[in-house]
Design a protein around this ligand. Sequence first.
Ligand SMILES: Cc1cc2nc3c(=O)[nH]c(=O)nc-3n(C[C@H](O)[C@H](O)[C@H](O)COP(=O)(O)O)c2cc1C
Length: 206
Amino acid sequence: MTDSDDFHRYQPAEGHGLPHDPFNAIVGPRPIGWISSRAADGTLNLAPYSFFNAFNYVPPIVGFASTSRKDTLANAEATGEFAWNLVTRPLAEAMNASSAIVPPEVDEFTLAGVTPAASLRIAAPRVAQSPVSFECRVTQIVQLSAADGRLVPTWLVLGEVVQVHIARRLLQDGIYQTAAAEPVLRAGGPADYFALGERFRMRRPG
Ligand SMILES: Cc1cc2nc3c(=O)[nH]c(=O)nc-3n(C[C@H](O)[C@H](O)[C@H](O)COP(=O)(O)O)c2cc1C
């Protein structure tokens, strides 16, 4: 086995030794969970989470990770609900505005200049301007732990999608057009995002 200088190697626990942590730039670009929720007192909340993904088909389950105790996590715990909204290129700036750190009583829909639309099955509203939304019921909230068993102050919130909204313009002969939606994807660093590039197709073996 040869160990060449062609690789930068590090153990994260001891630091990456680079000007910026490359982790988020490597695991990217990532879809964004633009999560709307409602506090027990009715205050509306909206914030982006790029530690977000889909985890199951049937039933559909999505999840996002809150890297400290944030309002969205508190609302998901208190109400057992949240909505996911697709961030499209025209909504990128609004999504960014909704990430401002503000007190729980501040409604980030207003801050971001977007409109809450009533959901069908949950009390948390969706973003009216977003062409795709999922209404979700919380299934599990898991506090993460490190390999040594130490609890990490990060919570993975998983929810079953119980209602889907898709703008008809994104359905062509009934097939959802991923690129037509112009999803915004998050990469690393303080400000890197991507739009979709080339599509290629590859079928599974067998
Ligand atoms: C593109 C983007 C992605 C983000 N992803 C996460 C994430 O995955 N987890 C997290 O805890 N915070 C993330 N943040 C920061 C939260 O959006 C921010 O802390 C926000 O104020 C939380 O709002 P809340 O307290 O209303 O839930 C992200 C911010 C941006 C702009």
